[in-house]
Design a protein around this ligand. Structure first.
Ligand code: SF4
Ligand code: SF4
Length: 166
């Protein structure tokens, strides 16, 4: 009679097991972070009226030839399309690229939406950091961005803390 085979885990060293558990936890936290992004995208898509007031209030818009003369409503629609993975409007990508987090857009929103968060999520999406194809040249200079998002997620932040980070 043949001896019973040891269970697969018996062949894993303590450090391999630790690495496996860490990877599993990291995957869970990344999933939480991506779910947080998705929840916000759904919220912006449903609540934003595309009035464009946030774009009109942005002090940076005048400093880019790609943004000059653009209609705010069209650029915001471009941002929302980008967030939903169905658009690559150059002006929307440019706005997301330029954002310096001044928060002027937040004050301008009549719907009390966090337009800055919307633009920042568009930037993360355009960089390819949520798993979609990158739309922004910076992704080439920062190929480890998604890895850093993973590392960030390992800090075990709650949704409120992640919101604070934004
Ligand atoms: S937070 Fe970004 S998008 Fe909003 S006004 Fe400031 S620079 Fe413009
Ligand atoms: S100001 Fe608010 S409602 Fe208007 S387009 Fe910007 S985020 Fe949407």
């Amino acid at each position: 009679m043949r001896a019973a085979r040891a269970p697969p885990c018996a062949n894993i060293s303590a450090s391999q097991l630790h690495a496996q558990v860490c990877r599993q936890r990291m995957d869970e936290r990344t999933a939480r972070l991506l779910a947080y992004v998705e929840r916000n995208v759904d919220h912006f898509a449903a609540a934003c009226t595309r009035c464009g007031k946030c774009f009109e209030a942005c002090p940076l818009a005048r400093y880019s030839g790609k943004l000059a003369g653009q209609a705010g409503g069209a650029v915001v629609t471009g941002i929302l399309d980008l967030l939903q993975g169905r658009g690559d409007m150059p002006a929307a990508i440019e706005w997301a690229r330029m954002c310096c987090q001044s928060a002027q857009c937040v004050k301008a929103c009549p719907e009390k939406l966090d337009a800055m968060l919307m633009v920042r999520l568009a930037r993360i999406t355009a960089l390819g950091s949520t798993g979609r194809a990158p739309l922004m040249a910076d992704a080439k200079r920062d190929p480890n961005f998604f890895r850093r998002i993973n590392a960030f997620a390992t800090l075990q932040l709650t949704d409120a803390e992640i919101a604070e980070w934004h």
